[in-house]
Design a protein around this ligand. Structure first.
Ligand code: DGJ
Length: 729
């Protein structure tokens, strides 16, 4: 990849009042962002975000009338009072801001190049800084803001979005992702009519549970996977958010930031407040191009340990639920080891002494081993893991308590609760949320993990769960005039715990989980290695959920487990091969009691795990191409991964639906190199001695890409699937 160029073009092409504005260009390998600003001028303007332009080319933008030329950060009050990116109340009640550019600087931070525009209000002691960043060796840019109160009295931030991005208006479509428990990240796609498309979460602690903080906008009609101009944006924030796509006859704007509903933030004298980054990418290669830009960026910059391959694991939850004990854990470790797995994770049910965790009514907060279930303690589990040569991981839900717990008995003031109202309680009728705005509670939450890891350095993996919303919207810690800051301060508190944790334990692998995929967001992924994609492990449901998540999140981050049949969530029966083939498109794991598998199933699982190891680098670190969408509800769905040099490919196709009359068009492999010849291997034949008809054949890249694979012989029954490895000869 070529080194990014940071160009400062002095072409004076835009005016604000009488002041000429200069163009500032940030260019990656494929994309340019151009902002115009000038010292002494007012709000900077977005001139361009699109395919890469040289500075000479950029100077001709005006002739094409292509420049967007709209405010890069419109503030409320002076020029107009419509929905703006920013609104604050000054100490005397003024609601307007009159920002004047003081400085435009170029700079770098640890992983990117920055353009920083500093404004001060013409009258009030208020400083606003707007940041634009280009991440090194990536096509992802970001933007955010920072405010400082330079006066002696409090200023109230009423709306403080991270970004206001003007986009080209035309035949636009929007793509976004919604869900609920068991059906996260369901893709929605629609034509953008005039008016507003608003994404805003209401789940308080789990912002991706109901809607992911991300959106793609297509400019050339219905979104395509590998063609057409597409913009994608993802807010790097774990708390409440809002994204508003505002369309009119001649303009299109994306506003994005922390949700401003009931979230006034009191900015004290000298205090600085920083908004979350909005990460953005643009591609001429359709939605797939935007996804691949995000995936590469995530592996390099935004996912913990993005450069490391993930272990194949067995998680105990669906296998034994809360019935954990030493002999069963030992047996499960022996089994996953014998199948070729590398890690065992003990899920919920292992803790609580005075209040033992046998169901979800008790014990959250009491992070001591239940001596009746695990008389040998964690030491016994680690001894088992050593005996069976697998790593050991453990489940915690450290941000929570049950009202039946020693933690609650001792610290009822550590719980989010309203003073004079009955306590609303969640899961199990007793679950409550700890007040992470309180530094003492932050110390406790950090301590939960710290004590486990310092006492047992052999623990290799933590599953960090979170199964509640904020129900009692009141922090006993915050003063009465700052209660509206609860959501923001909760997530700042969480972030500070995670920062401490990562400083002390940089190597531990941590999965973020929230009743499944409720925390799939880039606010948290810089601290976590992966997310639990969904509590729904039904392979058919997963085709949809993982497809949705893949728009912004790489396969390496998506925990994807083979569970029992019939499935525990849907009761659907799906063949083991199909379940494995689906799970192999993400970070493969298992979520069942292996003791209940037949010998034939074990033989198959062991072969599939060995095969996954061969394609693991391609799936986890290659470029993903979505080929046939499950959202078409056609007979098949298909996707592929290719190494960066395209010499190693993993191809998957599934037939969830089957009717004899179905048309089965060939699937073209968009991500292969047309100039190469590929040798094909069936990765997971049902019968090792009878691989599918493609096995052993050598096929030209051009044929694969232009003609495609005809799958009617292979996917010839309901719930059939195929996983192929293609290696360039
Ligand atoms: C919710 C998670 O999503 C599950 O995987 C499991 O860990 C349970 N919590 C345990 O209570």
């Amino acid at each position: 990849m070529r080194t990014q160029i940071f160009l400062l073009a002095a072409a004076a092409t835009l005016t604000y009042s009488t002041i000429k504005a200069d163009n500032y260009v940030l260019s990656s390998e494929n994309t340019s962002l151009i902002v115009a600003a000038s010292k002494g001028g007012g709000e900077a303007t977005y001139r361009y975000f699109g395919a890469k332009l040289t500075d000479a080319e950029a100077r001709t933008l005006d002739y094409a009338r292509a420049a967007l030329g709209r405010s890069a950060y419109p503030t409320f009050g002076l020029n107009s009072v419509g929905e703006k990116a920013f609104m604050a109340e000054m100490p005397d009640g003024s609601l307007s801001l009159d920002p004047v550019v003081q400085d435009v600087e170029r700079s770098t931070d640890k992983n990117g190049q920055l353009l920083i525009i500093t404004y001060k209000d013409r009258v009030y002691p208020f400083q606003l800084r707007q940041y634009f960043k280009l991440y090194n060796q990536s096509d992802v840019f970001s933007t955010w803001t920072e405010y400082q109160n330079l006066g002696k009295k409090d200023i109230k931030l009423l709306r403080y979005y991270s970004a206001n991005v003007p986009l080209p208006r035309g035949n636009n479509y929007a793509t976004h992702f919604h869900g609920n428990w068991g059906a996260e990240s369901q893709m929605q796609e629609h034509y953008v009519t005039n008016g507003e498309t608003v994404l805003s979460n209401k789940q308080q602690l789990r912002n991706a549970f109901e809607v992911n903080p991300s959106m793609m906008v297509s400019f050339d009609g219905e979104p395509q996977e590998n063609a057409g101009r597409v913009f994608g944006a993802n807010l790097m924030w774990s708390g409440n958010f809002k994204m508003i796509l505002h369309a009119s006859n001649n303009s299109l704007t994306l506003l994005a930031g922390i949700n401003d509903d009931g979230a006034t933030y009191v900015l004290q004298p000298q205090e600085i407040f920083t908004t979350p980054e909005l990460a953005m990418a643009y591609s001429t290669e359709g939605k797939g191009g935007v996804s691949r830009a995000f995936h590469r960026w995530a592996l390099r910059h935004a996912l913990m340990h993005g450069d490391k391959l993930r272990d194949i694991l067995l998680n105990s939850w669906e296998g034994v639920y809360m019935n954990v004990n030493q002999p069963v854990m030992d047996q499960m470790m022996a089994d996953i080891a014998s199948l070729g797995g590398e890690l065992f994770v003990m899920d919920d049910g292992w803790f609580g002494d005075k209040y033992p965790r046998n169901n979800d009514h008790t014990s959250l907060g009491d992070w001591m081993v239940n001596p009746r279930k695990l008389p040998e303690g964690i030491e016994g589990l680690i001894a088992s893991s050593k005996k069976h040569s697998v790593k050991f991981g453990i489940w915690i839900e450290p941000e929570m308590a049950n009202t039946q717990s020693e933690l609650y008995d001792n610290h009822p003031d550590w719980i989010l609760s309203e003073k004079d109202r009955p306590l609303r309680q969640g899961r199990g009728g007793t679950q409550v949320v700890l007040d992470l705005t309180n530094p003492k509670v932050q110390d406790f939450v950090f301590g939960v993990t710290d004590q486990l890891l310092s006492k047992h350095p052999e623990i290799a993996y933590i599953k960090w769960d979170n199964n509640a919303d904020i129900m009692n919207y009141h922090s006993p810690y915050l003063p009465s005039n700052r209660q509206q800051e609860l959501n923001v301060r909760y997530h700042q508190g969480l972030r500070s715990v995670l920062q401490r944790l990562r400083e002390k334990y940089p190597d531990i692998v941590i999965q973020v989980c929230a009743s499944g995929g409720g925390r799939a967001n880039y606010g948290l992924l810089p601290f976590f290695d992966e997310f639990w994609t969904s509590d729904d492990t039904d392979a058919i449901q997963r085709l949809f959920i993982q497809w949705g998540d893949s728009h912004f999140y790489p396969a390496k981050a998506q925990a994807s487990h083979v569970s029992a049949s019939p499935n525990h969530q849907t009761r659907r029966e799906v063949p083991l091969k199909f379940r494995f083939d689906v799970a192999m498109t993400g970070r493969l794991g298992m979520e069942l009691q292996p003791k209940n598998m037949t010998d034939a199933e074990r033989e198959f699982a062991s072969r599939a795990i060995t095969a996954y190891k061969d394609i693991r680098p391609v799936v986890q670190e290659g470029d993903q191409y979505r080929l046939v969408s499950p959202y078409l509800h056609g007979p098949i769905t298909s996707l592929m991964y290719a190494s960066q040099d395209k010499r190693h490919v993993a191809f998957f196709a599934f037939r969830p639906n089957f009717v004899y009359a179905d048309l089965l068009p060939s699937v073209q492999l968009a991500g292969v190199d047309e100039h190469l010849m590929y040798k094909v291997r069936d990765l997971t034949p049902q019968n090792a001695k009878q691989p599918c008809s493609f096995n052993g054949k050598t096929i030209s890249g051009r044929v694969l890409k232009q003609v495609g694979l005809r799958l009617d012989q292979v996917l010839n029954r309901p719930l059939t699937s195929v996983a192929l490895e293609l290696v360039a000869e």
